[in-house]
Write a protein that binds this ligand. Structure first.
Ligand code: MV4
Length: 461
């Protein structure tokens, strides 16, 4: 990268650990940064460490972190020539990207049309199918009648999954294991979809039993160069929230991995993609993979990819947005060792993960060889009630998966977060669980092991 700063000043339109992560990338690159914050985040670490900070509104996100006029005004008034949206909030809002372009602020992300196109999940699937990226066998669009559903299910093969066209995040899905179940479940699924999403349309897919969630990180510059930086396994989820992520994906055959990364590059190219993005796939027990959706932002779990490649993904987001050419190749993306991330949240694992707020009376972060902590916590910090419950991401690196897991157990044991409920003790039991240690991970694992993980409650604290 060059001597001249990539940008004069970047507005960070986010909060918490990701605001801090982006701020650190700015400082590593020699770019000044302004943190846009809500009243509730006035005393936060990213505000304290920023070169400048600007208040954009009251605590509720609708009036601050999701308020496009307030954010774009903040960028203009502080003389920023670029904006980083982080993840969540407006990170995948095509209007924000469009308005930034109109007022001469570079949006650090893909083009507005790309965000829009990938945000429409049906259109994204169509585009990927046309590019030759595999999809789960299913109906191309909504099924109108019961007889159409029966014909389609017979062609797809049972079990089938009935999915709401307007659904997402796992909501509005029903399994039918035979034609009798299909006939019974179709009307239920349709009326549920109508009630939940205001759209009763459903489509069918072959139901994959206990699939894995494997996603591919891509970087694409504005000169046509696209690389797959590697894959992450994010199968350890609770109610569609990721809990543990790792790179590389364990027990993946080299030829499957190569085909997956190639499919991701093909998909990103077909989408005309630029900047950092992630293609999500489901992987079945026969190692077949199927495209699910594309995320047009930096993701929470990006550090595991950084730990095994040494590539700074956020710095590349900024460099790409400044028009720099991508100078990394497939060889630079070969993973070295293994990385695992645990998300510590302010939830009570013994009380069905009820969220808590309040003051962090003591915070002691883990450290030592191979440990990275991405967190905005400090002793005395008060968790505001308005936002998500993520407190800290512990990311560890090891020569292999066993060493990484052992280090994660150590790091979680060292971690002290007192005064609020927090999931570090739960995560330590999960990382120690033989089902996780086996590497035979899948999206049903956490639910299957939950009973023994929360019953081992004597180790709290
Ligand atoms: C599936 C599936 C099995 N078969 N589709 C859940 C969220 C949504 N975006 C896709 N999801 C699933 N789709 C077929 N045809 C299982 C899931 C699924 C899942 C996927 C990814 C990560 C965690 C999951 C947990 C339960 C179910």
């Amino acid at each position: 990268m060059t001597d001249r700063p990539l940008f004069r000043k970047i507005l960070i339109a986010n909060r918490g650990e990701i605001a801090l992560r982006v701020l650190r990338a700015c400082h590593d690159l020699g770019v000044r940064a302004v943190v846009a914050y809500s009243d509730a985040d006035r005393d936060s670490l990213p505000v304290r460490l920023a070169d400048e900070a600007v208040c954009i509104g009251p605590g509720p996100a609708a009036r601050s972190y999701n308020n496009i006029p307030a954010i774009v005004s903040a960028a203009r008034l502080t003389g920023c020539d670029a904006l980083h949206p982080g993840y969540g909030f407006l990170a995948e809002n095509a209007y924000l990207a469009e308005i930034c372009a109109q007022v001469g602020v570079t949006f650090i992300g893909p083009r507005p049309e790309t965000i829009e196109r990938m945000g429409n999940k049906a259109e994204a699937r169509k585009l990927m199918a046309a590019a030759g990226v595999p999809l789960v066998p299913g109906t191309p669009g909504p099924v109108e009648s019961l007889s159409e559903a029966r014909r389609a299910a017979a062609r797809i093969g049972y079990p089938v999954l009935i999915k709401a066209v307007a659904g997402g995040g796992g909501r509005g899905m029903r399994v039918a294991r035979d034609e009798g179940e299909l006939v019974r479940q179709m009307p239920v699924a349709q009326s549920e979809a109508q009630a939940a999403f205001g759209n009763g349309e459903v489509y069918l897919e072959r139901y994959l039993e206990r699939p894995r969630h494997v996603e591919v990180q891509v970087l694409a510059d504005e000169h046509g160069r696209i690389v797959a930086v590697g894959e992450r396994d994010c199968s350890i989820q609770r109610r569609h929230q990721k809990v543990i992520e790792e790179a590389p994906a364990p027990n993946l055959r080299p030829e499957t991995r190569a085909a997956l990364l190639e499919a991701a590059v093909t998909g990103a190219r077909a989408a005309g993609y630029t900047n950092a993005g992630t293609l999500e796939f489901l992987l079945d027990s026969d190692d077949r993979f199927y495209f699910m959706e594309m995320n047009t932002r930096i993701q929470v779990e990006h550090p595991v990819t950084e730990m095994v490649t040494g590539i700074d993904l956020v710095a590349w987001q900024i460099a790409i947005a400044a028009g720099q050419p991508l100078t990394i190749d497939e060889a630079a993306c070969q993973p070295v060792g293994h990385a695992i991330e645990c998300r510590i949240t302010a939830e009570d694992a013994e009380a069905d993960f009820a969220p808590g707020v309040g003051r962090v009376d003591t915070y002691v972060a883990p450290g030592g060889p191979g440990v990275r902590v991405d967190s905005h916590l400090y002793t005395g910090y008060s968790i505001p009630p308005y936002y998500d419950s993520l407190l800290a991401k512990i990311i560890v690196w090891g020569n292999d998966r066993d060493q990484a897991a052992a280090r994660m157990e150590r790091a979680l044991t060292e971690t002290v977060i007192a005064g609020v409920p927090q999931t570090a003790p739960f995560l330590r039991r999960l990382v120690a669980d033989p089902a996780f240690r086996s590497g035979d991970v899948h999206t049903g694992l956490l639910a299957e092991r939950m009973e023994r993980l929360v019953l081992a409650g004597g180790e709290r604290g």
